[in-house]
Ligand binder design. Structure first.
Ligand SMILES: *Cc1c(COP(=O)(O)O)cnc(C)c1O
Length: 221
């Protein structure tokens, strides 16, 4: 394991220019985040609201904070004033709450819809069928303060990398289909967030535009 700086440097070297790195800094202290910041990393991902709010208040204001973990509706108002992207929108109830709170603070909030692609039951997200049905009708119009940026998914936690690749490919196909069918309603629907430290290489090969990498940058938690 190298330094945080060198870990980021090697990742950048390896990735296509078009793939963005979300440095997942959950549980990591401020000084380690500042180390990444010192080599121009500006996008950081967190999965707990309180930790996210605390780090936002302590750290430079040009950091883009991404919420990547399951979000409870009663906590939406705490992050809506500053969040750059919510990866983990996994229900209509959550979407409606984000719309409501975004309107109150007069912001437009960028979101990804999380899709359940893994075999594990406990993972969150819409099913592919749900998403296909959702985008029909007047769906987008009900959310004037929400900018639909794309999809997010997590593959099964397994060493069966054929399965991992299949899951990523399935999500990528869904993403392309939704873009094709509804691109005119959701003009900024361009991001596909998939891939973590253990599987990002498969995700990138299957068309990921954004990888969420924690332990590979900061070391194990
Ligand atoms: C923790 C986390 C990651 C990063 O995991 P690593 O294996 O440390 O890269 C990515 N996505 C989500 C949703 C996470 O909770």
């Amino acid at each position: 394991m190298g330094s945080i700086e060198s870990n980021i440097a090697s990742l950048r070297q390896e990735l296509p220019e078009s793939v963005k790195i979300v440095a997942v800094s959950k549980t990591k202290p401020l000084d380690q985040i500042l180390e990444a910041y010192s080599v121009r990393q500006r996008v950081f991902g967190e999965n707990r609201v309180q930790e996210l709010v605390d780090k936002y208040s302590e750290l430079p204001k040009d950091i883009e904070w991404h919420m990547i973990g399951h979000l409870q509706t009663n906590k939406v108002k705490l992050i809506v004033p500053f969040i750059s992207l919510i990866h983990s929108v996994d229900s209509l109830k959550l979407l409606r709450t984000i719309q409501l709170e975004a309107m109150k603070v007069n912001r437009n909030i960028e979101v990804l819809l999380q899709v359940h692609i893994a075999q594990e039951e406990h993972k969150y997200g819409f099913s592919k069928d749900e998403l296909n049905n959702l985008f029909e009708s007047t769906f987008v119009k009900e959310y004037p303060n929400i900018i639909f940026r794309g999809l997010m998914g997590m593959a099964s936690y397994t060493t069966d990398y054929d399965q991992v690749r299949d899951e990523f490919r399935g999500l990528s196909v869904l993403f392309s289909q939704l873009k094709e069918r509804f691109g005119s309603y959701v003009p900024f629907f361009t991001e596909l967030s998939m891939g973590m430290s253990g599987d990002y290489m498969y995700a990138v090969e299957e068309g990921s535009t954004m990888i969420r990498v924690g332990s590979l940058i900061f070391g194990k938690r």
